[in-house]
Design a protein around this ligand. Structure first.
Ligand SMILES: Cc1cc2nc3c(=O)[nH]c(=O)nc-3n(C[C@H](O)[C@H](O)[C@H](O)COP(=O)(O)O)c2cc1C
Length: 200
C-alpha cells in the first residue's frame, strides 16, 4: 500500500490539519505496517499558481516547448505521478475564508489534466484516477458541517469524483477557535472518526 499525504495548510509548523492528517496516516500504518508513505507538504514546498505562463506551457505541444515551458510542466507532472502511484491519499484541509487554501487549489489545478487524470468520452467525463481511497481531515475554527457556508466538502466531492476518486471519507474537527472545551471535544470526536474510518 502506497500512502500519499497532502498537507495543504499555509503553516509549516503547528498546523492543526496537518496534525490530524498525520494522525490518520499513523492509524493507517498501524493497520498496514508495510505501507509506504510519501508526504507532499504544500507549505514547505508551495506549488505555483496556474497562471498564464503555466497555461501557455501546458498547451504547447511537448516537442515545441521551451526549457522554461518544460520546467513548469514538470512541476505538475511530479504531483500527477505521486497521486497515480498512491493507493491511499490522505489530505489535511483547513478552512480558509470558507473555502480551501490557495495551496490546495494549486495542487488540484496541477493534478487535473485532460487525457491524463480525466477525459471526455461520448458519455461525458471519465475520471482516470481510479481504485484509490481518499481521506480528508478537515479543520475549522467555526462549525459549518452540512451548512451552505461549507463550500469545501461539495467542491472536493465534485472534483474528486470528476477525477475518478469516488471513495472519499471526510473527518471533521470543527469549533477549534471556540474555546478550549470546544477544541478538546472536536479533537476527541475527530479521533473517533479516524478510528471508525480506518476500521471501515
Ligand atoms: C486565514 C484564515 C482564514 C480562516 N477562515 C476560516 C473560516 O472561514 N471558517 C472557519 O471556520 N475557520 C477559519 N479559520 C480557522 C481555521 O480553519 C482553523 O484554525 C484551522 O484549524 C486551521 O488549520 P491549519 O492550522 O492546518 O492551517 C481561518 C484561519 C485562517 C488562518
Amino acid at each position: 500500500m502506497n500512502i500519499l499525504q497532502i498537507n495543504s495548510s499555509a503553516k509549516s509548523e503547528g498546523s492543526q490539519s496537518t496534525r490530524l492528517a498525520s494522525k490518520l496516516v499513523e492509524r493507517l500504518r498501524e493497520a498496514n505496517p508495510k505501507a509506504t508513505l510519501t508526504v507532499r507538504d504544500l507549505s514547505r514546498n508551495p506549488h505555483p499558481v496556474m497562471d498564464e505562463a503555466a497555461l501557455q506551457a501546458l498547451f504547447t505541444p511537448a516537442a515545441q516547448r521551451t526549457a522554461e515551458h518544460s520546467a513548469r510542466v514538470a512541476l505538475d507532472d511530479a504531483l500527477i505521478a505521486e497521486i497515480q502511484a498512491a493507493d491511499v491519499v490522505v489530505l489535511g484541509v483547513p478552512m480558509y475564508n470558507f473555502g480551501v487554501s490557495a495551496q490546495l487549489k494549486n495542487w488540484i489545478d496541477a493534478i487535473t489534466r485532460a487525457q491524463v487524470t480525466f477525459r471526455y468520452t461520448a458519455n461525458g467525463p471519465e475520471g482516470l484516477l481510479k481504485g484509490k481511497k481518499v481521506y480528508v481531515a478537515l479543520t475549522r475554527g467555526g462549525m459549518y458541517r452540512n451548512t451552505p457556508a461549507d463550500t469545501q466538502v461539495p467542491y472536493l466531492k465534485t472534483i474528486f469524483t470528476f477525477l475518478g476518486l469516488t471513495d472519499v471519507q471526510f473527518v471533521y474537527a470543527e469549533g477549534l477557535a471556540m474555546g478550549p472545551e470546544a477544541e478538546h471535544k472536536a479533537l476527541a470526536s475527530a479521533d473517533e472518526q479516524i478510528q471508525e474510518a480506518v476500521a471501515a
